[in-house]
Design a protein around this ligand. Sequence first.
Ligand code: SF4
Ligand code: SF4
Length: 702
Amino acid sequence: MNGMIIATQFGGPIALRMAIGLAVTVVALAIAGRRLLFIGRLVASGQPDHGRLQNIPGRIQAELSEVIGQRKLFKRHAPGIAHAMTFWGFIVLLFTIIEAYGDLFSRRFAIPFIGHTAVLGFLEDFFSVSILLALATFTIIRIKQSPARRERSSRFYGSHTKAAWFTLFMIAMVIISLLGYRAAQTNVGEFPYGWWAFASHGIGRAFSGLGKTVNGDLVTGFLLLNITVIMYFLVFVTYSKHLHIFMAPLNVVTSRRPRALGALYSTPSMDMEEVSEDTVFGAGHIEDFRWKQLLDLVTCTECGRCQAVCPAWNTGKPLSPKLLIMSLRDNMFESAPRLLAKHTTGGSDSSDSGSSSGTEGGEDAPTLVPDTIEPDVLWSCLTCGACVEECPVDIEHIDTIVDMRRYEVLMESRFPQEAGLMLRNIENQGDPWGMGGSKRTDWTYGLDFEIPVVSGEIPDDIEYLYWVGCAGALDERARKSTQAIARMLNQAGVKFAILGPRESCTGDPARRMGNEYLFQEQAKANIDTLQKAKVKKIVASCPHCFNSISREYPSLGGNFEVIHHSQLLAQLVNEGKLTPGKSFSASITYHDPCYLGRHNRVFDEPRDVLSAMPGVKQIEMQRHKERSFCCGAGGARMWMEESIGKRVNMERTDEALSTGADVVATACPYCLIMIDDAVKANQKEEEVKVMDLSQIVEVSLD
Ligand code: SF4
Ligand code: SF4
């Protein structure tokens, strides 16, 4: 390059276009920078968070697969491919932006070390065309999913659709101005790429008749248009939901790994032994949220993928995880002066004490519930995890919902009344039904072998402690599965024992309700019992118990090896200790329990067991594995009235029945109860059986 500023034969004075290009850029960068700084300060005003930078390799891997690789978006083919082409396209088109700015100074500009290679020219054109095709795909998707026509069934219902259409228009303008600029260049002898830049040359032919002078002016015009559109788009992005372009990489890299499922997030300040007068449990005002929760709010793309899979939303409840996040975001922006003032004057707690740091919003501050989020919205959540699983930018909906529930329960004593009985029963009797410990061994009556009940330390020859769970021990239907598991363990020669009356509720429903205090009481008592009994290996038949003991007790000092009965059955069948040799001639559809499947990734073992049974024909429901649909019992909803919309268990059972299967199988006592109820409500109990995996395997044993 001969000097930075080189005069040109065509396209007007280079100094003028340089001045225009730079002026537009400086103004846009100033506005966008100010906005990003404001958003950064808002997020930083959140309560301290912890563990967000542990496991750096895992975080880098997540960034590579989810942001660069667009892994979650590829789950849906057409929109996934279109989004990936747009995202990758904009990475490649960063080169065209550098070239455009270089061209402001010199028409012979080339990116140092890269130059004008044919590959770069090809990629730039290839992705320009790909982005246009992607925009066409997005347009079709948006028309098909129009909320005006499809109302609640559209995933864009409630999203800012005008802004989305404008964004598509702006992206189209970026590409059109770029291709126009490059096409005009081909006609003035200034285009540095050969025919590898196929689109630029192709379009250039259409302009060729205009002559060099006009094409020179077009070069300048399209160049300035391209820079202006990009800069305007940059500003627009920082004021719209497209902020995710900047926020998503940050949100993904700071999200819980491998995913915000399984254990609920808890902070050191949720330790009930550290309570002070100022302690605020959970989140009652926007200032109670941790910074990561605020980052979630500004990252939401309003894509509605979470809404589309939410069982509450899909059965007519008022809860949409997307709308919940958007409402909280509105609250955050409205509360910005207060948040920033407090943050600047040190009003928030800066110690690493978690989200509960005694920062009530003040008298005029809108509450999260009910001012921002209606109670019916809050209490509709099943904590099924479908939203978290689906969200392409790793928003952690469940932790935020439960934080608000914690505030409602522990600070305000406001929760659905009928669930109060469940909490009292756990507190007083150790189970949600209030039947008491003395009933916990009733299921063993009638078995033709003895099951040791551990009273002191577990004997050395006992391999597993069988954690039966409240439903497994106390519910009539679930007991049948408990007995089947016990008989099969006995048949396979597995030495096991139970705690009997010393077993108590794990605290799962209390925790999902928001009663962290009761959960911790239950958890600590159970950990104490298990540790005193010197238990090492536990088999649990309830996915909720399995999740609590394996995933949540470690943070309270309880570390045990826990296996779910479906995993153990798969292992025993594999080892030849159980042989399902008799034909079980039936078609079976397996319902994945949320806390076994999505929350703990046990998808294959139950299916492997069914595959090992002669005569079984497995039929998958449309929503299965990661996309399974909740039975309606999660999030302590089992103990709450369901008076709005269609019952979730009916929706799931309708799907199961539509497969035409003879048997609906599951591996969770709560799913069993909920689906069985719905089959009976449909008066289909004569035609369709609802069975736990264990009951099915037992029928087929030699
Ligand atoms: S956890 Fe399930 S029920 Fe709750 S908001 Fe997410 S998808 Fe909806
Ligand atoms: S929370 Fe996630 S999945 Fe839901 S709308 Fe926002 S970005 Fe999309």
